[in-house]
Design a protein around this ligand. Structure first.
Ligand SMILES: CC(C)(COP(=O)(O)OP(=O)(O)OC[C@H]1O[C@@H](n2cnc3c(N)ncnc32)[C@H](O)[C@@H]1OP(=O)(O)O)[C@@H](O)C(=O)NCCC(=O)NCCS
Length: 155
């Protein structure tokens, strides 16, 4: 998959499937975003289901990514979403989610869920604006002891 998207903020980006050489850029963005992940985990998830790992590119440079996994219940879950801090607020995160959701609809997945840090109001606002509803709370979910809001959306 490889598509050119004009974001809601007027930025033109390319969204395509992750490829192994992208891992360094992905981990760079993930580390500056404090997502707590490790490259082995991302590679394992990619091998499990490559279609769920998308990157956004601007001028041949990876500037963001989204990782979606399928759950045993036949639903989906956003494992990670991050945009290079220099490219935030330009509609890249929203565009990545939209492309991931249309891909999930094509394979007849009905729901997507996610966990978001209580303190992460930017992400929470983005998810709410895309139709996610809060369905639960998990205390001490993150390594630093912070709790997670659990959200779910009908695709
Ligand atoms: C969350 C994140 C992926 C959003 O990506 P982005 O490309 O900056 O987001 P977008 O430009 O698509 O904006 C989408 C919405 O997010 C919210 N948002 C974005 N930047 C914001 C800011 N500085 N302040 C408040 N809300 C903001 C707004 O609701 C915005 O909607 P709008 O289009 O109506 O303004 C990005 O901020 C990021 O990488 N954060 C660090 C990693 C992270 O928190 N990931 C989510 C883990 S659950």
């Amino acid at each position: 998959m490889k598509i050119i998207v004009s974001t809601t903020k007027g930025s033109v980006i390319k969204i395509r499937n992750f490829e192994m050489p992208d891992i360094r850029r992905v981990m760079g963005i993930e580390e500056e975003s404090f997502l707590d992940g490790e490259s082995e985990m991302y590679i394992e998830i990619y091998r499990e289901w490559p279609d769920g790992f998308l990157v956004a590119e601007k001028e041949d440079k990876v500037i963001g990514f989204v990782v979606v996994v399928l759950t045993p219940e036949g639903e989906s879950r956003i494992f990670a979403l991050a945009v290079d801090s220099r490219y935030r607020g330009k509609g890249v995160g929203r565009a990545l989610l939209k492309v991931a959701f249309s891909m999930l609809r094509q394979i007849k997945i009905g729901y997507v869920r996610l966990e978001v840090r209580v303190s992460n109001q930017v992400a929470e606002r983005l998810y709410r604006s895309m139709g996610f509803m809060e369905i639960g709370f998990i205390p001490f979910y993150y390594q630093n002891g912070e709790g997670a809001i659990v959200m779910r959306k009908v695709l």
